[in-house]
Design a protein around this ligand. Structure first.
Ligand code: NAD
Length: 413
């Protein structure tokens, strides 16, 4: 059994969409090639005075439908291939929810937990200045991803603005509110995952109230998903982070206070300890992978008992994992639909920054919900019409829109 890399997974999903849409080989060549790749060295002076070098990347996979858009990841394992894969997914995701964006991704191969706050700031600023020539509100707009948050976005916005000579809030999204961030951005990805979960339950004819949910990953996506699904009446029975998992614990709020005080899930005293693998195999209605790629693969998919898998993380399922889940009759709501709430509200933030006019929390919530429901309905329609999986349907819409844009723009020169 081969182990698939996130790039293999992304290319295989694209190949399947290209075939289902009967696109030409020329279009496959066009769609399967990233447009711009920048690899940079990021020097960091540690607090001790020692200088260390880190690798940084920014991949602009596509700018066909607008400026590229995508997160910045600080994680020791990132490499160019994974960054290309994630930038590719962003391209189909933005097209699926019909945002006027291409797709991008970037990051630094560093473990942010080993950095002091000052070191994190210096690294973020130096990385920003290395990729500065290719980013900007009309070119490419970064956002937070794994290992980065609104602090990093504030430093990126400041570094870009200092170089421009004036404030440019629209260069990044996911900023603090006082710097031109948007209400609702912090919770947006989790809110969207919860909306997807509710819609998938309803689609299967299952009750939302009391539906049991297990969530792998308790970061920005996992935590806010847990809050949002419980607000809809579901019950989160297990969560995990990189240190391990817990089930039948007290409450999300109590666990979050433990984490906010610097704890990990493995040292949380309440509930029953489980491993990340055991979490994936719990007998729940919904499983939400919200950590990293490849969580559901040829091995881990076999023991999944959930009826529905909602992909909070990007690329959490390999093609083999998909095949096994499909044989078991599991509905998989794919990443490009399920976690699109984050980029949707990032888009709202960018629009508000461009207009210097800020919306209310209610406007954000209503617009997010209506865009997600529209995308959900479109995907559901393709699922029923073409008898394909939710992933294939979502990819057919996203890839189809990018292909159409290529055709209409034509090939220069
Ligand atoms: P984060 O850094 O805030 O949290 C990541 C979580 O995953 C942490 O709880 C971490 O402990 C856990 N984790 C890491 N490695 C793990 C492992 N091997 N096993 C189990 N848990 C592990 O990151 P995030 O922003 O929540 O992103 C999570 C996923 O969601 C990523 O795939 C990201 O690309 C995707 N995503 C994020 C956003 C966003 O707005 N932040 C939007 C769309 C998709």
């Amino acid at each position: 059994m081969t182990t698939e890399s996130p790039l293999d997974t992304a290319r295989s999903q694209l190949r399947s969409a290209v075939e289902k849409l009967s696109l030409s080989e020329s279009m496959w060549n066009t769609l399967s090639t990233p447009r711009r790749i920048l690899e940079v060295a990021v020097p960091l002076r540690r607090d001790s005075g020692v200088v260390e070098m880190y690798k940084g990347y920014r991949v602009q996979y596509s700018t066909t439908r607008g400026p590229s858009k995508g997160g910045i990841r600080f994680h020791p394992d990132i490499d160019l291939d994974e960054t290309v894969a994630l930038a590719m997914l962003m391209t189909w995701k933005c097209a699926l929810v019909n945002l006027p964006y291409g797709g991008a991704k970037g990051g630094v191969a560093v473990d942010p937990r080993t950095l002091s706050s000052r070191e994190n700031e210096r690294l973020t600023r130096r990385y920003t200045s290395e990729i500065l020539p290719i980013i900007g509100p009309e070119r490419d707009i970064p956002a937070p991803d794994v290992g980065t948050d609104e602090k990093n976005m504030a430093w990126m916005m400041d570094t870009y603005s200092v170089n421009a000579g004036f404030s440019v809030p629209g260069v990044v999204t996911g900023k603090p509110i006082v710097l031109g961030g948007s209400l609702g951005r912090t919770t947006a990805t989790g809110d969207g995952v919860a909306i997807s979960t509710r819609e998938a339950l309803l689609d299967r004819g299952l009750p939302v109230a009391g539906a049991t949910v297990a969530i792998q990953g308790f970061g920005k996506v996992g935590y806010w998903t847990a809050v949002a699904v419980e607000a809809m009446g579901m019950k989160v029975v297990a969560v995990s982070d990189v240190t391990g998992g817990v089930k039948d614990f007290g409450s999300i709020a109590d666990l979050q206070s433990h984490m906010a005080a610097g704890g990990d899930i493995s040292d949380y005293a309440k509930g029953e300890k489980i491993t990340n693998e055991e979490l994936l195999h719990l007998d729940v209605d919904v499983l939400i992978p919200a950590a990293l790629a490849d969580a559901i693969n040829h091995e881990s998919a076999v023991g999944i008992k959930a009826k529905i898998v909602v992909e909070g993380a990007n690329a959490p399922t390999t093609p083999e994992g998909d095949r096994i889940m499909s044989e078991k009759g599991i509905t998989v709501v794919p990443d490009i639909l399920a976690n699109s709430g984050g980029v949707i509200v990032s888009y709202f933030e960018w629009v508000q920054d461009k207009q210097n006019y800020f919306w209310s929390a209610d406007q954000i919530r209503e617009n997010l919900e209506s865009m997600m429901l529209k995308a959900f309905a479109e995907v559901r329609h393709v699922v029923k019409e073409n008898r394909v999986s939710w992933r294939d349907a979502a990819m057919m819409i996203g890839v189809g829109r990018v292909a159409e844009a290529h055709k209409l723009r034509g090939l220069y020169p």
